[in-house]
Write a protein that binds this ligand. Structure first.
Ligand code: NAG
Ligand code: NAG
Ligand code: NAG
Ligand code: NAG
Ligand code: NAG
Length: 299
């Protein structure tokens, strides 16, 4: 095979294509993309899940037994809510909500020993201007409609709007909701302070983007590509080389690969003897020998 200029072009386009391969996806649950900065905001960090019990031990370290709380202050109830997920508490006897949907309640308050849902689970935070917003709808019927035959689908239901504020001092994975107010006890407003609402990340975390190691790998690949292309161009146009000889430092690399080949053949008997004696040390050694290579993708 002859390495021509078009081979070089193909190589570099492959490498550049690799760095733009991840397709950002803001439909992923609990992730919003800011239209002004293009950064992704991942609220999954403050979305609570019930502790999974396995052999009587909690599996998830960050699992909690209760959801986030907000004091009602002058409102005659305190609020319990979760982000993007139903509340962890087992809510029962939710006013005006079918029992099959009790497990979908994402925010509620208790009053006179009754549970009022102020919204069902939703996982689509979005940006309204510069504000990161999440809303829950389809809670208990609003007070005006409670007196009427609430079997009609047209009755208004309680809903919740949360506005997220960046709090860099807040510990990771902690959300502090504050109750702002309610109109007619039908729509409830909250501000949620959290570090999850701070500077987003450039790559969608759900899309298996590049970690720091991956970024390093891409930089390395681009450096190698620049070396190859630049070297090819130089050897071809200035030195008038053709075929494999136009590869930069061809003789040096040919010598290097010969050396590697010889070394590997020299080492093989050595390795197989060692693995014969203590089983796992050979696999350990081969893993270590691979550890220095930069990986192009980290998932
Ligand atoms: C709300 O919680 C506070 C303590 O956090 C408590 O003092 C207050 O009585 C509660 N209010 C209601 C209406 O339950
Ligand atoms: C909810 O109910 C389940 C069983 O139905 C129970 O295992 C769990 O501990 C309850 N959670 C809370 C927070 O009460
Ligand atoms: C309610 O929760 C169940 C699972 O718990 C889910 O399959 C269903 O889609 C949820 N419904 C809504 C309207 O979110
Ligand atoms: C509530 O959120 C949904 C997306 O989940 C959006 O389509 C809708 O416009 C929002 N409603 C309000 C009142 O912000
Ligand atoms: C419920 O809907 C029916 C028609 O579907 C209507 O005649 C009735 O007035 C409605 N009731 C209320 C309380 O809205």
């Amino acid at each position: 095979m002859k390495l021509t200029g078009s081979h070089c072009l193909f190589l570099i386009s492959t490498i550049l294509g690799l760095s733009s391969a991840e397709s950002p996806n803001d439909d992923a649950p609990c992730i919003a993309r800011s239209p002004t900065t293009g950064l992704f905001f991942d609220l999954n960090a403050i979305s609570l899940f019930p502790p999974e019990m396995k052999d009587g031990k909690k599996v998830l370290k960050e699992a909690r037994d209760d959801s986030w709380h907000a004091k009602g202050h002058d409102y005659p109830a305190n609020f319990t809510l979760n982000i993007c997920a139903p509340v962890i508490e087992n809510v029962t006897n939710v006013v005006g909500v079918d029992s099959s949907r009790w497990k979908n309640v994402s925010a509620y308050y208790e009053r006179d020993e009754k549970v009022y849902s102020i919204g069902e689970q939703a996982s689509e935070p979005f940006f309204r201007g510069r504000k990161l917003v999440l809303n829950y709808t389809n809670g208990s019927p609003c007070p005006d409609d409670l007196n009427m035959a609430s079997t009609n689908a047209s009755t208004r239901r309680k809903s919740t709007i949360m506005s997220f504020l960046c709090d860099r001092d807040a510990p990771a994975s902690v959300a502090t909701p504050s109750f702002v107010g309610s109109m007619d006890s039908c729509t409830y407003f909250f501000e949620v302070r959290s570090s999850a609402a701070c500077g987003g990340i450039a790559v969608d975390p759900q899309a298996g983007g590049l970690g720091p190691g991956g970024v390093f790998g891409v930089i390395m690949l681009i450096a190698v590509a620049v070396y190859l292309i630049g070297g090819c161009a130089y050897q071809r146009t200035v030195m008038h080389q053709r075929g494999w000889r136009q590869c930069p430092n061809f003789s040096l690399w040919a010598g290097f690969f010969d050396f590697v080949k010889v070394s590997i053949f020299a080492l093989i008997p050595c390795w197989s003897r060692r693995s014969f004696r203590h089983g796992h040390s050979a696999s350990h050694a081969s893993r270590e020998s691979n550890g220095g290579l930069p990986s192009s993708r980290v998932d």
